[in-house]
Ligand binder design. Structure first.
Ligand code: ATP
Length: 363
């Protein structure tokens, strides 16, 4: 569900290349002004979906509607969209100003007005005064800002971005993420953003479609995807997760009674699960309490198998009798935290409260 009327509707859109099915019957509505991300591993069909929105690929079946108009017979240059690529495709033989004004060349616009629009875009991407420079006089981050300015100057209804920060190093990438979000808010244009980087998608997006093998697995806000993934694939792809086998003993309303690996019988919230049979319970590492002494309260004894110190947090692997896999636990290291200081091999106790248990539905 979008909160605003959809500007893009994908209706059972599929794409095959010969015998390869790149996208399988995807239906999504994207709201006007949304920052919407397509997230998934390499080869899952993200770029193909974006290229179909741009009109660079035909759909094999289904329909794409943008701003109320079916796109089947609309060529790329007449669609109300523009696209930004990973390899900041700006022209090396043109100045920054001419690069930004490139899209205006066919519009009948006076020189003075063109200059004003270019200056406005340079302000928007925080590079005022850079108009006379050439591409080789810019850093990677600056080039990508110019590519964004060029794509935005025609004020498209939708901007399609294909891993636009993929070529930047980590620090610059994080800085540009903030810039992109600010820019999107400032212009109010719908962004459809392709990435395989889950942190990037969580940071930037209003909503995310998680894709795998041509399918959309779940469309949700970052918080819902992280806190309430519906299936094991989504839970495993967004953040790190522990999975425990379980069996449904009974179900009443939105609660289910489960017999869970190593934890025994627990009551959990269950709004989308089968009424019987084997299921899977997921637990985020940061939702597990770790204690150096037995705190009582049904804590489970275990042993530290490994600890990695990451500055802000520590990650632990704790071997718990009755669990098939070691439990991943993440604890904060700040001075306000009591912090566990157990060494590798030391005995510890872990507590997995009912509120930490996420019951997953079938794939
Ligand atoms: P990446 O993050 O690596 O770019 P992606 O999720 O964007 O991956 P796509 O590029 O959409 O994935 O590709 C989806 C599938 O379709 C892949 O199996 C790919 O090999 C195949 N594919 C894409 N374009 C073509 C093409 N022109 N001809 C044949 N197969 C293609």
């Amino acid at each position: 569900m979008t909160e605003t009327p959809p500007i893009i509707s994908l209706r059972r859109v599929a794409k095959s290349f010969g015998s390869v099915t790149a996208v399988e019957e995807v239906s999504i509505d994207i709201g006007a002004g949304e920052f919407f991300s397509l997230l998934g591993p390499s080869g899952c069909g993200k770029t193909t979906l974006l290229r179909m929105l741009a009109g660079f690929e035909d759909v094999s079946s289904g329909e794409i509607v943008i701003d109320g108009e079916p796109m089947a017979d609309v060529p790329p240059n007449l669609r109300p969209v523009n696209m930004v690529f990973q390899n900041y495709a700006i022209f090396p033989h043109l100045s920054v100003a001419d690069n930004i004004a490139y899209g205006l060349r066919r519009a009948k616009i006076s020189r003075a007005q063109r200059q004003r629009l270019v200056d406005e875009m340079l302000e928007l991407v925080r590079l005022p005064g850079y108009g006379a420079r050439r591409a080789h006089e810019l850093s990677g981050g600056q080039r990508q800002r110019i590519a964004l300015a060029r794509a935005l100057i025609l004020r498209p209804k939708v901007l399609l971005l294909d891993e636009p920060l993929g070529a930047l190093d980590k620090q610059l990438r994080e800085q540009m993420q903030g810039e992109l979000r600010r820019l999107q808010r400032a212009v109010g244009i719908t962004f459809v953003f392709v990435t395989h980087d889950q942190e990037e998608a969580l940071t930037l997006s209003d909503r995310i479609a998680v894709m795998s093998k041509g399918h959309v697995l779940q469309v949700d806000t970052p918080a819902r995807l992280y806190e309430a993934p519906k299936t094991r694939s989504v839970a495993g792809f967004v953040g790190s997760m522990n999975f425990l086998d379980a069996r449904v003993l009974a179900r009443e309303g939105d609660r289910a009674r489960l017999e869970i690996e190593a934890l025994g019988v627990r009551d959990v919230r269950a709004d989308h699960i089968p009424t019987h049979g084997r299921v899977c319970v997921a637990v985020r590492p940061e939702n597990i309490a770790l204690h150096a002494k037995d705190p009582g309260n049904a804590a489970l004894p275990g042993r530290v198998e490994a600890r990695s110190y990451l500055g802000e947090r520590s990650h632990w692997h704790v071997r718990v009798p009755g669990m098939a896999e070691p439990l991943a636990v993440s604890t904060p290291n700040g001075v306000l935290q009591a912090g566990a200081h157990a060494a590798e091999g030391a005995p510890v106790w872990v507590r997995l409260g009912d509120e930490a248990l996420i019951l997953l539905g079938a794939e």
